[in-house]
Design a protein around this ligand. Structure first.
Ligand code: GLV
Ligand code: MG
Length: 321
């Protein structure tokens, strides 16, 4: 339902606890594509009312330029969600891009948030429908409903894997989030979950985002786990510590050579299919045969590269006739 919203680069999604004005401020200067200011699991129950206020102040003060600004509210099994949304969106709506809803279990929960956002926008005179929704899938029921969740509102921009809560939800036996559970040696325990989320995201033009890697000092481990979801097609991953930022931005960007090659394919195919190029639907680019499917793959890589601000380092010229 609903057309795709503008594609925003979300290679790195930095978690920032709303209870810490210092961290809210520090995040403004870090190279994250997205910040999500948390009122959920990184904030103790007694600190939640204050976290809402800190977040509103930090957003309205500005400084997150160029970043997607998201706030993670508490999930709908708690008493806090409605106040989180109302206080944050009424207080800082124009300076906020999306609300992240954790532990989403049904499409109805997304519809609830969509309707509440619409009411707040109307009451406050904010632009209708501008604030997006990020849906975190963190338990078995959420995963079984993920297609309906992705389709539940045109505001949905991302579907996010929450591995820590998910492992708890399905009783997975593991010590390190994202790594193979101890004793598990047949394939990849996370493959099914990642693919399920990815299919739902792609079916409805949403972004697919991988969750956190908790061993924040082990950047090689972060890279290993990130490479796995990036290879499948995920758009980005959570970052819990600034030390993980560079790895995320790198892993979820195309390599320079792949980006250059994608732009070359687009230019070459555009020319070959034209009158001047002979109206050909299949043609050779060096030793590679390209056709409409090559163009589609190239469009994906080029879009990721452009969204990440990459600059091409080669140009294509039509062959001499
Ligand atoms: C993130 O919220 C997770 O549970 O992994
Ligand atoms: Mg979680």
């Amino acid at each position: 339902m609903g057309g795709p919203r503008a594609l925003r680069s979300r290679r790195s999604n930095l978690a920032v606890p709303g209870s810490s004005p210092k961290m809210l401020d520090k995040a403004k200067g870090l190279a994250a594509d997205q910040v999500f200011l948390d009122i959920e699991d990184a904030v103790a129950p007694l600190a939640k009312p204050e976290a809402r206020k800190n977040i509103v102040a930090a957003l309205n003060e500005g400084g997150y330029d160029g970043k997607v600004r998201t706030v993670r509210v508490n999930d709908l099994t708690t008493q806090w969600t409605y106040r989180d949304v109302i206080e944050v969106v009424e207080g800082a709506g124009p300076n906020l891009d999306a609300i992240m809803l954790p532990k989403v279990q049904t499409a109805e929960q997304v519809v609830w948030l969509d309707l509440l956002l619409t009411q707040i926008e109307q009451t406050m005179g904010f632009e209708a429908g501008r604030i997006g929704i990020e849906a975190q899938i963190e338990n078995a029921l959420g995963l079984t409903n993920v297609d309906a969740i992705a389709a539940a509102s045109p505001r949905v921009e991302t579907i996010i894997f929450g591995p820590a809560d998910f492992m708890a939800s399905i009783n997975m036996k593991s010590l390190i989030v994202g790594e193979q559970p101890t004793g598990y040696d047949v394939g990849d325990a996370y493959h099914y979950i990642l693919m399920r989320i990815l299919m739902a995201a792609r079916a409805y033009d949403r972004q697919a985002i991988d969750g956190p890697y908790l061993q924040i000092k082990d950047v090689d481990g972060f890279r290993r786990v990130a490479n796995r979801s990036a290879a499948l097609g995920f758009d980005g991953k959570w970052v819990l510590h600034p030390g993980q930022l560079d790895a995320a931005n790198e892993v979820y960007s195309p390599r320079q050579e792949d980006y250059d090659h994608a732009e070359l394919i687009l230019d070459a195919y555009d020319w070959y299919t034209s009158e001047a190029g002979g109206k050909r639907g299949a043609a050779m680019l060096g030793d590679e045969m390209i056709d409409e499917a090559s163009r589609k793959m190239a469009l994906v890589v080029a879009a990721k590269g452009r969204a990440a601000g990459m600059v091409r380092t080669s140009t294509w010229t039509p062959p001499e006739s």
